[in-house]
Ligand binder design. Sequence first.
Ligand SMILES: Nc1ncnc2c1ncn2[C@@H]1O[C@H](COP(=O)(O)OP(=O)(O)OP(=O)(O)O)[C@@H](O)[C@H]1O
Ligand SMILES: O=P(O)(O)OC[C@H]1O[C@H](OP(=O)(O)OP(=O)(O)O)[C@H](O)[C@@H]1O
Length: 219
Amino acid sequence: MSQSNNQTGGDLLMVAMPKGRIYKQVIKLFREAGLSIPDLEETRKLVIEVPEAGMSFIMVKPVDVPTFVEYGVADIGIVGKDVLMEENKDVYELLDLGIAKCRMSVIGLPNWKPTIHPRVATKYPNVASQYFREQGQQVEVIKLNGSIELAPLIGLADRIVDMVETGQTLRENGLVEMEQIFGITSRLIANRVSYRMKNESIQGLCDRLQAAIGSTAGV
Ligand SMILES: Nc1ncnc2c1ncn2[C@@H]1O[C@H](COP(=O)(O)OP(=O)(O)OP(=O)(O)O)[C@@H](O)[C@H]1O
Ligand SMILES: O=P(O)(O)OC[C@H]1O[C@H](OP(=O)(O)OP(=O)(O)O)[C@H](O)[C@@H]1O
């Protein structure tokens, strides 16, 4: 196994860990990969060293993970494909972790009809703009930060671009999925320089995670 278990201080891999929804699934996967990680959300600490796993974690908002990694203050990070597509940062995408699975879709009311000045509300303005440009549709994109499904219900926009997992949010608000844009899972990303300088430990972690993903695939 190339991953060292007795690294200390500056040799630790700095990992940007997303707080919230993805966190628990990442920790489960890391543990399945044989890495001994405590519950990082047990405290309000934002920098947590875990020398026995050869890693140090910074706890960040999911949308900020690519920024910490691009600037190299984190060597690696875990982030949803949705955020990667929207933020378009200069990082390596190393591994599909297969967790936090959902999809990015165009959503609207069931009786939707094309309008003269179509408006689309979304948390993902770059993704939405690119999608409708490729479709040859001119739309005004309105950026929101949450409760996106509200927009067509109250007339702010005629459609939204948002994530769908179980479809419960759509059903409970009387909305329908009109088109799927792309599938989403969480990815392991790396800083370009770190990937060269710390290749052995990053590649070792990748191999361990890949083995854990392989052994649980289809379970
Ligand atoms: N309903 C969902 N099902 C599965 N995965 C999801 C779902 N919603 C979001 N995700 C994935 O989890 C990631 C983080 O979502 P989360 O809701 O924790 O973050 P956020 O809303 O960006 O953060 P915050 O709530 O702190 O503003 C998303 O970027 C996406 O990849
Ligand atoms: O298909 P479902 O299983 O219902 O999941 C989809 C919902 O999950 C996410 O919302 P989130 O919980 O992050 O809330 P927010 O975007 O309003 O903050 C997403 O924006 C959808 O609203």
